[in-house]
Design a protein around this ligand. Structure first.
Ligand SMILES: Nc1ncnc2c1ncn2[C@@H]1O[C@H](COP(=O)(O)OP(=O)(O)OP(=O)(O)O)[C@@H](O)[C@H]1O
Length: 675
């Protein structure tokens, strides 16, 4: 703000010195100002030195004259009703923020002749509170009246708008003679981007009702209004910013409650008819250890795949960032979500097929056998059936086979369980234009046609509708396809890889899958073992996922402690490799000091190790040597304790509750350290 001498009228500043001889001095002062005003407007030599008139005022007089303002008439232009409506609508946040304060001020001044008004950046009156009807009439004080330098000449809020600073104008300083008795104090109000939004003004008809204090009051209240106005528009600006994003965005508070979501988030999560705001994120995403760990630890994460609840929808958490103020207070998180090109949609060969045989981690005997078999099948053009529990890597194998046998052709994936029954035929076989309502005008090629020269991956084939199965069978036999609504065949050359986590034989016996199709697709079968049967592969995969999680979080890869390994080997992994991947992502995130301990694993994994009761599971676990000999457990405990104490023998012995000499003996016996 400018120095007080420039913003306050000299009449107010010098009021105390007027006090004794009040009348004469003030009248003389007024006379001098009026004379000077006429001199300046008429371009005469000034009759008095200019030092008691602020240059801002004299410059404004000249501009007012140039605008052609008539100083003896008060002709404020008015906007028509429609434009007033538009302007009020445009300024609704400003008027909403200002209304309570304007009324409070007006109440304070109710026994005086003061009135309070709010204008927009052009000087249009948006709100005005004035008790005196006569004043309203003589000044045409109404919403929609345009009061600025161009319309009424020099005035405090006209100057405030122009100079973007608080200003006061006193009686004769006004250009218009009608405002001769008035004194105004104005302060500008700025929007969230620093643009001028309007002014707040207090005007009184008696200058003794105005003082430096009135001026300070206007400045303070304008500042409060500005804060509220900016707060209101900030949330609107934030929503608008969210909407301009290419990605789906969600903001959550520290407790995981959704506070904002853009349209893309609603579309991605298929929440078109429900409100996301106020929902716990867990209700929308299902229980996600990664999200839990973020809420717990507050660190950002990047590029993480999650599966939404029990649905088929997989999304990529492109980033999750804490929202902090400049002193580090955390208010919540912004989640940037991306759709993972779903198995129900096209996956052409250039859309990022990640897996080839050399990227499949498989060192257990079972898995090595599986990979060898898959490589062997890949060399021919036979149809292949991949069986395995969910998350075991069926698609990983399908991609590897495709990349090794038809790398230059398309890879078309379709998840039979995820496509509505009535759409599956058109998705697979395509259709001619005008076949049914809602169809594309020129028709559409089906996935089978699109897979020509490459691979068709039919995931969850057990869910293929019974009436579609014979058509597929015929296509496999004849290698030609007919679009719906057409009578022409198109020859197709593709390899079919089908996958299922169901027992197809059983489905056949229940008449839910056709025997002839089963025979057609199941001659070359690959069965991927569940993770719990892969022994050391669990650790190799865990290590692999730790490394990629560390790259994702841009931290050094933590060491996987033996006790944590022990827990991983003991767990039954119902979600298989996908679950292990998420577990490691979580563990890397929550680990401290570069080591993953059992407590860094999700509760169900760290807790269940020794409590396996299911008979079938126990057998497998035994087979995969999860029940370790006592010595092995002892060795693991000693190694971890040494790791925790940085090889400090005294502390390690204390931690394990044994003597130092016993510890030395066991270290030598188990050949843990070089001593
Ligand atoms: N042998 C492996 N080496 C490395 N990563 C693997 C391996 N097997 C699986 N994965 C990882 O596990 C995730 C799940 O694999 P995939 O999607 O192929 O399983 P799926 O059996 O097709 O699952 P679903 O039955 O649910 O469709 C993949 O994203 C991949 O990162």
């Amino acid at each position: 703000m400018k120095p007080l001498e420039q913003v306050l009228s000299p009449a107010i500043i010098n009021r105390n010195s007027f006090a004794d001889t009040v009348y004469e001095q003030k009248e003389h002062f007024i006379h001098k100002i009026n004379k000077l005003k006429i001199d300046i407007i008429k371009n005469h030599q000034p009759s008095y030195p200019l030092d008691f008139i602020r240059p801002e005022i004299t410059e404004s007089w000249i501009r007012s004259k140039n605008y052609g303002v008539d100083s003896f008439k008060f002709n404020t232009p008015f906007l028509d009703t429609h434009t007033i409506k538009q302007i009020l609508n445009k300024n609704q946040y400003l008027t909403k923020a200002a209304a309570p304060y304007i009324h409070k001020l007006a109440n304070i001044f109710k026994s005086t002749d003061c009135y309070v008004m709010l204008t927009d950046a052009q000087g249009t009156i948006l709100q005005v509170v004035c008790r005196d009807k006569k004043t309203i009439q003589s000044y045409q004080l109404e919403v929609g009246a345009i009061w600025n330098e161009e319309t009424i000449g020099t005035c405090s809020h006209g100057l405030s708008l122009l100079l973007k600073t608080p200003m006061q104008a006193w009686g004769p300083e006004h250009y218009s003679q009608i405002l001769f008795q008035s004194t105004g104090s104005s302060s500008p109000i700025f929007d969230v981007f620093g643009n001028l939004a309007g002014t707040l003004t207090i005007v009184s008809d008696e200058d003794f009702h105005q003082s430096a204090h009135t001026f300070a009051l206007v400045v303070s209240i304008a500042w409060i209004i500005q804060n509220e106005f900016q707060l209101l528009s900030k949330s609107a600006v934030l929503s608008a910013t969210l909407e301009t994003s290419e990605d789906a965005l969600i903001t959550i508070n520290n407790n995981g409650i959704i506070s904002q979501a853009n349209l893309k988030a609603y579309q991605l999560l298929d929440y078109k008819n429900n409100n996301l705001i106020g929902m716990p994120i867990e209700n929308v995403f299902g229980n996600q250890p990664v999200i839990n760990s973020i809420l717990e630890m507050g660190k950002p994460i990047y590029d993480t795949e999650i599966q939404i609840g029990h649905t088929d929808l997989r999304i990529n958490l492109h980033s999750v960032h804490p929202v902090k103020d400049h002193i580090g207070n955390k208010y919540g998180y912004v989640l940037r979500l991306k759709k993972i090109v779903n198995k129900t949609f096209d996956k052409s060969s250039d859309s990022g097929l990640r897996f080839s045989f050399d990227k499949i981690i498989a060192s257990s005997l079972e898995m090595e056998k599986t990979v060898t078999l898959a490589k062997h099948f890949a060399t021919s053009d036979v149809n292949i059936l991949i069986q395995g529990e969910s998350g075991t890597g069926k698609e990983v194998f399908a991609q590897a086979i495709h990349n090794s046998s038809r790398p230059n052709g398309p890879f078309m994936a379709i998840n039979c369980a995820a496509i509505p029954h009535n759409l599956i035929e058109s998705e697979l076989f395509g259709y001619e234009g005008g076949t049914f309502t809602g169809a594309e005008r020129n028709g559409k090629r089906g996935k089978i046609e699109l897979a020509n020269g490459g691979t068709l991956f039919l995931d969850e084939i057990g869910d293929m509708p019974l009436d579609v199965q014979p058509v597929l069978l015929r296509i496999l036999e004849e290698k030609r396809v007919m679009r719906l609504g057409s009578n022409k065949y198109t020859p197709v050359d593709f390899r079919l890889i089908a996958a299922t986590n169901k027992n197809l034989r059983e489905l056949v016996s229940k008449n839910k899958f056709r025997l002839d199709l089963y025979y057609r697709i199941s001659i070359f079968k690959i069965t991927i073992p569940p993770l719990r049967e892969r022994g050391d592969d669990i650790i190799n995969l865990a290590q692999h996922f730790i490394n990629s999680a560390a790259t994702k979080y841009q931290v050094p890869a933590p060491y996987l402690s033996d006790t944590a390994k022990f827990k991983l080997l003991n767990y039954t992994w119902p979600g298989n490799v996908r679950q292990l991947e998420n577990t490691m992502l979580y563990a890397v995130y929550v680990s401290k000091n570069g080591i993953i301990w059992p407590e860094n694993l999700p509760d169900d994994i760290s807790a269940t190790a020794m409590e396996i009761t299911d008979d079938s599971v126990t057998k497998t676990v035994v087979k995969d040597r999860v029940i370790l000999p006592i010595q092995e457990i002892e060795k693991v405990s000693i190694r971890d304790a040494l790791l925790q104490t940085g090889n400090n023998i005294r502390e390690t012995a204390k931690l394990l509750g044994i003597s130092k000499s016993t510890l030395y003996r066991k270290i030598r016996e188990y050949q843990i350290l070089d001593i």
